[in-house]
Structure formats: structure tokens, C-alpha cells
Design a protein around this ligand. Structure first.
Ligand code: GDP
Length: 474
């Protein structure tokens, strides 16, 4: 895990004294032979204007991408659309896909590859086609960060609803900025300003009111405000200064995959770094192969795909899973070897899934340096959630900070488990039960679900767990 200060300096080609100095300024007095944590490596590299990406260290082919500032070129933003059911996510994606396309051409873009690209004033935006936070968080749980901006759709005649709040919390947990599309403004009962007021209560504050979120009024049905929304996404992306190195062997993530009767395994990947070309030797999760053809979102054969481009790959040995990493290798044998190794490791992992945070384990984790306890709280009534929040605020949080990353009225669902797994959180349920699906997912992901009937019992448990005095559960 990590590398020593000396190794890191060598990798970047800078004197180790420079690294030591920067570390010192961060309050980390390390010597040349001491090991830097992954966080420190990223922080210092960033500080020096370098971009490094730490790839899972247990992999035999572990690589640290070491891009110099001058290698980094601007890249288009990648966007996911979220929001409450029926607020118009699908309609909005449809409307967006049809912008800038003359109606006669419309037939040419019906091809579905799991993502689409649109051009606005000569700038590209990539949209992930699976709307909703479930797919988003499921990918994040697998280590895939594929979204730069989230478009939160809220219907102006309905306002903030439970899944709106869920989406906000999923976006916040992933640290991705939110652009709000206030939809259905064509409806007689539309109250776009009320949507703004309601969102303020959830920490999503319009720029015009001094906050940091951009809002756009739209009608997906009448295609009103769509260009405005796209321009706003570009504005938000410009703030992020998105960059990547296009001159490297390609890597990124699988966003969709299936077995096609005629074409065999087909995977849609999002290129995040480098340039992907037909003939490349690629690994995607546990599958591998030579890229036989690349198909772009308009259904055309592509000569190449560069950072933020979604593209279909033909020629893989099997069907990978959404969220799998893909990577190109110079040598086809290396690709195959890594794929086989991953398959073997997956089988091993199945037998011993790494547990996520649990109350039983909290004390040990604190001893090891954990400073946060993330909670997902589900309850039968809002009052219980508030009571719990109050109780936490009064608790001694000097050693471990207690954060409720999501709370809602209702039973524990599979989505809650996915969020907890992605954020290493514990789920607390008051007078509610998990669904069968949630129970199964929690068992599989080793997520700790704690069910309580009274509040003080939960407080007592967390207090006891903090100091390592939690009574074993029978
Ligand atoms: P999703 O569940 O969020 O994907 O929502 P859909 O896109 O399926 O839309 C739900 C319903 O709202 C459909 O009947 C749409 O026709 C309707 N709808 C979506 N956008 C608008 C809009 O801007 N105006 C009006 N009046 N109806 C809309």
C-alpha cells in the first residue's frame, strides 16, 4: 500500500526534498524512507500540478498513471440525470438527444448504447443513459467514478419528493455538483420558485440566491429551455476544469454490457484517459480481447475514442459488468493474464467479502485511525429521525464524527444498502424492516443493518461501540 517518499519523488522525477518540504507544510513530517498514504500521494501530486491515479495495489499489473500538467488536455463533461419517478428524467434525456438534430435525421440516433453525446456550440456533453441514483451508486460501489455533473430533475407541479432527497444525498456522498432542471414548467400548476425554496431546505441553493447550484426551468415535453440547460452544464463543467491525457493507452469504465446474438459480447465503455482504437488489446473486468470494432452513440464505426467518449467495444471474450474497469495493454498476453487473475480473485473474494463498517468493529476502526461514522437512517416517522439527529448532536464527537448521510421515512431498501456499501455506512432502522432484497444485498455486501424500537437503545449502542464496550449480539 502506498509508496515511500523517495519512490514517489522518483516517479515524478522531482527531488525528494521537494516532496518532504510539501509534506512538512501539510503538517506531515516524513523522511525519505517512510511510506506515504494513498491520500497523501494524491494530495501532493495535485499540489505539484500532476495527476496520479492509484490503481488497486494488489493487482500484478498495478500502474500509477503519472500525467504531467502539459499532457493534460480539456475533456468534455460526463452527466447523469437523477430525480423522483415521473418527474421527467427519461423525457428530458429524450429531448436532449434530439437537440441539434433535424427531424429527418432522428432515425439515425435511436441506437441505444447506454450513453449519448450532444454538441452545443461546438462543445460536447456526454450523458449516461441510465437515469436514477441506483445505477449511479451501484457503479460507485464498484469503484467507478464516471459522473462529473448531476442533473437533478424536479417537476415544478410536484416539488421535492422522497427520491429527490435521495438523489441529493447520493450526489453529495459522491461529491458531484448538482445542476437543477425544474421541469414541466408548461403545466398550469407549475411553481418553479417553490421548487427552489424547497431545495434550499436540503442544501441545494440557487446561485441567484447566493448559493452554488445553477437552476434552469425546462419543459422536456415542449422542449423549452433545453439549450439553456446544456449551456448551464457547460458552465458548471468549466468551473471543474476537467482534463485528461489523451496520448496514452486507453482506460476507463464499463457503463453497460450485454450479449448480442449476432455480435457476441458487447460493452459500452466510457474512456477516461488515453485513446482507444480498433485493434487494441483490452481487459474489461474479467473479460479480455482485441477490439474488433468501435461503435459510437450514433451507430457509426469509430476510428478512435478519446477521454469522455462513450463507445461500444466488440471483440471481448465474455460479458463484463457495469462498473468494471477497462484498460488497454501493449501486449495481448498481459491483458489475458490480468483478466484471468481478476477472475480468480473474484472467486476468492466471493468466499471472503471484505466487511464494511459495523458497530462491532467501530472501536477497532477508531484505533486504526477512522474518524467518521456514516449512518443511513430509516424510520417510520420523521420525528424519530429528528430525535436521533438531536441526540447525536449532544454526543461527544471528539474521536469520531457521526454523520447521517441519508435519512428518510420508510423501510430499508436495496438502494439504501448500495449507498451504505459505497459510503462505508451503517444502516439504522426504527420501527421499520428491511425488504427481502435489502436483507440479501446487506448479507452479500456485508453491510451492518441495526434495527431498533426505541431511540435510547440506538444511542446507547453507538456510545458503547465508540468505546469498545458494545455487548455482543445474539
Ligand atoms: P421519469 O420517471 O422521471 O423518467 O419520468 P418520464 O420521463 O417517464 O415522465 C413522466 C411523465 O411526465 C410522462 O407522462 C411524461 O410525458 C410527463 N412529462 C415529462 N416531462 C414533461 C413536461 O415537461 N411537461 C409535461 N406536461 N409533462 C411532462
Amino acid at each position: 500500500q502506498g509508496s515511500t517518499v523517495g519512490e514517489f519523488a522518483d516517479l515524478l522525477g522531482v527531488p525528494s526534498g521537494d516532496v518532504i518540504k510539501r509534506l512538512f507544510l501539510l503538517g506531515q513530517a516524513l523522511t525519505v524512507t517512510q511510506t506515504m498514504s494513498d491520500e497523501l500521494i494524491e494530495l501532493i501530486a495535485d499540489d505539484m500540478g500532476r495527476k496520479v491515479r492509484i490503481v488497486s495495489p494488489e493487482e500484478e499489473f498495478a500502474v500509477v498513471y503519472n500525467d504531467k500538467e502539459e499532457d493534460l488536455k480539456p475533456r468534455p463533461p460526463v452527466v447523469t440525470v437523477m430525480g423522483h419517478v415521473d418527474h421527467g428524467k427519461t423525457s428530458l434525456l429524450d429531448a436532449i438527444r434530439h437537440t441539434g438534430v433535424a427531424s429527418g435525421e432522428a432515425g439515425g440516433i435511436t441506437q441505444h448504447i447506454g450513453a449519448s453525446v450532444v454538441d452545443i456550440n461546438g462543445r460536447q456533453i456526454t450523458f449516461i443513459d441510465t437515469p436514477g441514483h441506483e445505477a449511479f451508486t451501484a457503479m460507485r460501489a464498484r469503484g467507478a467514478q464516471v459522473t462529473d455533473v448531476i442533473v437533478l430533475v424536479v417537476a415544478a407541479d410536484d416539488g421535492v419528493m422522497p427520491q429527490t432527497i435521495e438523489a441529493i444525498n447520493h450526489a453529495k456522498a459522491a461529491n458531484v455538483p448538482i445542476v437543477v432542471a425544474v421541469n414541466k414548467i408548461d403545466k398550469p400548476g407549475a411553481q418553479p420558485d417553490r421548487v427552489r425554496q424547497e431545495l434550499v431546505e436540503h442544501g441545494v441553493i440557487p446561485e441567484e440566491w447566493g448559493g452554488s447550484n445553477m437552476f434552469v426551468n425546462v419543459s422536456a415535453k415542449q422542449k423549452l429551455g433545453i439549450d439553456d440547460l446544456l449551456e448551464t452544464i457547460i458552465l458548471q463543467a468549466d468551473v471543474l476544469e476537467l482534463k485528461a491525457n489523451p496520448d496514452a493507452l486507453a482506460s476507463g469504465f464499463v457503463i453497460e454490457a450485454n450479449l448480442d446474438k449476432g455480435r457476441g459480447p458487447v460493452a459500452t465503455v466510457l474512456v477516461q484517459r488515453g485513446t482507444l482504437k480498433p485493434g487494441d488489446s483490452v481487459v474489461a473486468g474479467e473479460s479480455y480481447g482485441r477490439v474488433r470494432a468501435l461503435i459510437d452513440p450514433r451507430g457509426n464505426h469509430a476510428k478512435q475514442a478519446t477521454p469522455s467518449d462513450p463507445v461500444e467495444i466488440l471483440g471481448l471474450s465474455s460479458v463484463p459488468t457495469a462498473g468494471d474497469e477497462f484498460r488497454v495493454f501493449e501486449d495481448e498476453r498481459d491483458a489475458r493474464k490480468l483478466a484471468e487473475e481478476r477472475a480468480m480473485r473474484a472467486r476468492l473474494k466471493e468466499q471472503q467479502t471484505k466487511s464494511h463498517m459495523s458497530l462491532d468493529d467501530l472501536f477497532n476502526r477508531i484505533e486504526e485511525g477512522t474518524t467518521e461514522l456514516n449512518l443511513v437512517v430509516k424510520a417510520d416517522v420523521q420525528g424519530s429521525i429528528e430525535a436521533l439527529r438531536d441526540a447525536f448532536e449532544k454526543m461527544d464527537q471528539s474521536e469520531v464524527k457521526i454523520q447521517i448521510i441519508h435519512s428518510a421515512v420508510g423501510g430499508v431498501t436495496e438502494t439504501d444498502v448500495t449507498l451504505a456499501a459505497a459510503s462505508d455506512a451503517i444502516i439504522i432502522g426504527f420501527n421499520v424492516r428491511p425488504t427481502a432484497g435489502a436483507r440479501k444485498a446487506a448479507e452479500h455486501e456485508k453491510v451492518d443493518i441495526r434495527l431498533y424500537r426505541v431511540i435510547y437503545q440506538a444511542i446507547e449502542d453507538i456510545n458503547a461501540a465508540r468505546i469498545g464496550m458494545l455487548a455482543p449480539e445474539f
